[in-house]
Ligand binder design. Sequence first.
Ligand SMILES: *Cc1c(COP(=O)(O)O)cnc(C)c1O
Length: 436
Amino acid sequence: MKLFGTSKVNEKGNLSIGGVDTTELVKEFKTPLYVMDQEFIETTIDKMKKAFKSSRFNTRIAYAGKAFLSTGMIKLVESKGLDLDVVSGGELYTAYKAGFPMNKVHLHGNNKLVNEIEMAVDFGIDTIVVDNEDEIDKIERICREKGKKQAVLVRIDPGIEAHTHHYIKTSGLTSKFGISLFQDNLFDIIKRLNDSEWIEFKGFHTHIGSQIFQSAFFIFALDEIFKYLDKLKKELGIVVHTVNMGGGFGVYYKEGDDPKPIEEVLSEIITYTEAMEIKYQIGFKELCIEPGRSIVGNAGTTLYEVGGIKETVGGKTYVFIDGGMSDNIRTALYQAEYEAGVVNKINDTDVKDVTLAGKLCESGDIIIEKGKLPKSTEVGDIVAVTTTGAYCYTMSSNYNRMMRPAVVFVKDGKAKVAVKRETLDDLIRNDEIFEL
Ligand SMILES: *Cc1c(COP(=O)(O)O)cnc(C)c1O
């Protein structure tokens, strides 16, 4: 089991994170519990900021809030000087209530609702990333009504579909997101945006995939985009100032994963963009990225208590934990893989194959299908599942009327609650007993 950031086995032989013994965390906050390594998040951001810099153009890093969002996390993002990406009115509202500077917020989504666009324009956010033509009508109408001009990027699909280990180069478009770079009327769309009285067209956005390990895919995408920018300038005389390369930088989940260090990937992107900028001389001014998983993924660990161990007749061993797909749906949703350990037996190498299963009424409620835990694992043990910082809490649910776990941030020997554990009363808060 790979440990990240400040996670280590302490002098008592227990897993500690941020200088806090996980057995103490469990005593104080109960299980299941999401633990976030604050220092690790901060040093990761610092590394990214250091690597993602150029003397030839401006750079910006926006944290993709959908990976993990709470008002406290937004404060951390603000303290680090990052921008923030949101994808809904709910995320936008959370940022607003946290006091995040709205002129550093970017709004995404393939079907932004009128009230979400209105909220964004009212708050004066930095950029709306336009996903399709219908949205342009909405933005223009709303901005005209409000007498406010809105800066936009257009989300394009450069025909590079990257996955963890392979990519597909296509000229078609089947994605629900964005407009294909190969679509005939893209010129018309850009002309319309560029001529609009209510829209400031700043450039292009792309997000080629998630959990990408090879930096070459980003380079291929940059290549396509810069070729297009050159064409746009030559044929329409339109200068694009900004390119946003999205997120998708891969992280380690389980043995065999071998992502390049993020600072190397970012340096490569910078170096290549500088070369493109020199080659084409098209007035390019700003490069942005939007990492989510690569900022918080490895920083999160979920702690569970073992409630039962079942040896099936078929020879499969289940270890039952007190959470499941309600706090981590990624395995059920897309066969995600994880590593786990028992917090006071992390270095116990006498292990066996187990399936780490949740307590919910779904046979797909599995956290780790093929995992390894010590043979000595017993009821009452605390299991730690690593790399749960991204897309676990944000995808959590109340299925089976499970209460969402608390999220604590740990640093320098202290634990602070970022999100309280839900209570039984939270579960019925919005229910009404109606007249039968
Ligand atoms: C999800 C998403 C991101 C973040 O992706 P990660 O894989 O978490 O880095 C960035 N930009 C957009 C548009 C996204 O949809």
